[in-house]
Design a protein around this ligand. Structure first.
Ligand SMILES: Cc1cc2nc3c(=O)[nH]c(=O)nc-3n(C[C@H](O)[C@H](O)[C@H](O)COP(=O)(O)OP(=O)(O)OC[C@H]3O[C@@H](n4cnc5c(N)ncnc54)[C@H](O)[C@@H]3O)c2cc1C
Length: 377
């Protein structure tokens, strides 16, 4: 893949930069259809990762067709916490921070996505770990006492002696964001892929279509698309549940991660909560757990919370827990697979689009090539 004229126009990127500038750079590099040539790219999966890759590819001048089987896997059941909080090595934190920097531009472009830089208040770690988090993350957040925590979340009745406040954390409605970024979607399951030197053929019930490149962004179904091509993909798909309340008047300003639950209030006024941001382990009776969580949350917020629904979703997690992004060892095929895909969607979309259109790999994603989670099937 890769067009020499495009490569020649490439200038090195700084690691953190606004989305719009990069889009303009991509557009300038590609020009208005060099020699009348426009790259045709298929994206398989219109969850938040496929939607973002499709968006940035279109911004870069490609002709994009998004396919979705309509099974809506992780994205509709995601908590929507945009963060670079605990559990991240320095390189992974840098990746997450770079993506967090891109979210405000996307949020402004798609107001219906409900992006809000609302901050996060966290105390689900022992004090020593909270202090280590403050040390490790520099100006990302700071330890606050009970009085300062009350100023951050005045509606919360149960506050700890110490918490970690990260003002740059944000929330978004993952499904709305994906729908808006995706635009038009072919509601078709891709049944088979045939990569070759002249492009990639995709088979659906409607027949076969040919593209210059194809991106597999099929979440937990990605492995089943690769297996017939002789490639195994190390990944897991742990299930998580979230409870969604009926709307209530505003009580929470931002995200709250307390030891027995994580919660936020969305733009509709619903309290969204799980036993942790990943949605708990999905075991037990989901509705019973949800009612119990809502009752406890209601006491702490001084409101009565009625259950609206429970979502159950499987997280697409590459074998080592880190993203698997970029060219596959088959011509014209790329992979976009990641947990924390809501946080990482803008950066993954931008980096993968640049790689497909220009052949250049963003240094921030260099270490996340798919090879390390692939094996011969
Ligand atoms: C409970 C829970 C809580 C989470 N909380 C957070 C959080 O707070 N912050 C965060 O950053 N991340 C969070 N995540 C992770 C995040 O939601 C995922 O990483 C992200 O949604 C993955 O998006 P995706 O587009 O890769 O996959 P998906 O959303 O699963 O989309 C894949 C799409 O591919 C389609 N598809 C599959 N096979 C085919 C085929 N053959 N042909 C056509 N289409 C196909 C499906 O229909 C689906 O729509 C959470 C996940 C879960 C489950």
């Amino acid at each position: 893949m890769g067009n020499p004229s495009i490569r020649a126009g490439l200038r090195p990127d700084r690691p953190r930069r606004p989305a719009v500038q990069v889009s303009l750079r991509l557009r300038a590099a590609i020009g208005p259809g060099i020699g009348g040539w426009t790259m045709r790219v298929a994206v398989i999966g219109a969850g938040i990762l496929g939607a973002s890759v499709g968006l940035y590819l279109r911004e870069g001048g490609a002709s994009v067709t998004l396919y979705d089987a309509g099974e809506g896997q992780a994205t509709p059941g995601s908590f929507g916490w945009i963060n670079a909080s605990w559990g991240n090595d320095p390189a992974y934190r840098a990746l997450r921070l770079a993506s967090m920097d891109l979210w405000p531009a996307l949020g402004a472009a798609f107001p219906g996505a409900g992006y809000r830089r609302c901050g996060g208040l966290l105390w689900d770690l022992p004090e020593a770990d909270l202090r280590a988090l403050e040390q490790e993350t520099g100006d990302y957040g700071r330890i606050v006492d009970r009085a300062a925590a009350a100023a951050v979340e005045p509606g919360l009745r149960a506050l700890p002696e110490l918490a970690f406040h990260a003002p740059g954390e944000a929330q978004v409605e993952p499904q709305a964001a994906a729908r808006l970024m995706a635009g038009a979607v072919e509601r078709l399951r891709v049944e088979a892929l045939e990569p070759g030197t002249g492009g990639v053929s995709l088979r659906t019930v409607d027949g076969t279509a040919r593209f210059d490149a194809a991106v597999i962004a099929a979440g937990t179904a990605s492995a089943s698309l690769l297996e017939p091509l002789g490639l195994g993909l190390e990944m897991s798909a742990p299930v998580g549940h979230l409870a969604w309340s009926e709307p209530v008047a505003p009580v929470l300003r931002g995200l709250v991660m307390m030891p027995d639950m994580h919660l936020r209030q969305n733009a509709e006024g619903r309290i969204v909560l799980g036993e942790d941001f990943g949605g708990g382990d999905g075991s037990g009776d989901a509705e019973d757990t949800a009612r119990d969580l809502l009752a406890r949350a209601g006491e702490r917020l001084g409101v009565t919370l009625a259950l609206s629904r429970v979502t159950r979703a499987a997280r697409p997690v590459p074998g080592d827990g880190r993203p698997a992004l970029g060219a596959l060892p088959l011509p014209g095929l790329y992979l976009a697979l990641s947990h924390s895909g809501v946080t990482l969607a803008p950066l993954i979309g931008q980096a993968l689009a640049a790689e497909i259109l220009t052949g250049a790999r963003d240094p921030l994603v260099a270490r996340y090539a798919p090879d390390r989670v692939l094996y011969s099937a």
